[in-house]
Design a protein around this ligand. Structure first.
Ligand code: ATP
Ligand code: MG
Length: 150
């Protein structure tokens, strides 16, 4: 069943803002002429909440998190970008392995399962996940899904 990506993403943004740190603002924006998504809502929600909760957890107070959706003729792109601790280069190739945690997480709690689940769910939606990251600068994750906006 189809749904409106903007309404859906705004709801998630409101929910996630409640668990964000002091002065950590989640800024949502949509671009593109279309906004009808034809994807599994609960799988997509799980992917986004996992990535946004990582962005919250691995970045500090007084920062902002950008959450963007873009809908083209036949795809939906979701970007979640933070200005947090980043992921060391040598850890990046292991990031999607179950139970893997990067070496700069210090005493930030976690099990290392979230991203592994996101990759599985993304694959179920025929999606692709990519990321870019720089230590002490930040990280951005991009999910790309084939989507029929009719
Ligand atoms: P959980 O299972 O509770 O999600 P987790 O957050 O440690 O635990 P993942 O979400 O799978 O596990 O992330 C794996 C690792 O990737 C993290 O431990 C962290 O080292 C790194 N990581 C993920 N997202 C970010 C991010 N936005 N900024 C910096 N490091 C990140
Ligand atoms: Mg996580």
């Amino acid at each position: 069943t189809s749904f409106d990506i903007v309404k859906f993403a705004e709801e998630i943004t409101e929910e996630m803002q409640l668990i964000a740190k002091q002065n950590q603002n989640i800024i949502y924006q949509h671009t593109g002429t279309f906004s009808t998504a034809n994807l599994d809502q609960s799988l997509l929600r799980n992917c986004i909440t996992n990535l946004v909760s990582n962005a919250i957890k691995y970045s500090g107070e007084n920062t902002f998190i950008e959450f963007n959706t873009e809908m083209n003729d036949n795809s939906l792109i979701v970007v979640i970008k933070d200005n947090g601790i980043g992921i060391p280069d040598e850890d990046q190739k292991h990031l999607f392995e179950a139970f893997f945690r990067a070496h700069n997480t210090g005493n930030i709690p976690g099990t290392g399962l979230g991203l592994n689940i996101v990759t599985r769910y993304a694959r179920l939606m025929n999606g692709v996940i990519k990321f870019e990251s720089k230590v002490n600068e930040g990280t951005s994750f991009t999910l790309t899904f084939p989507n029929n906006h009719e």
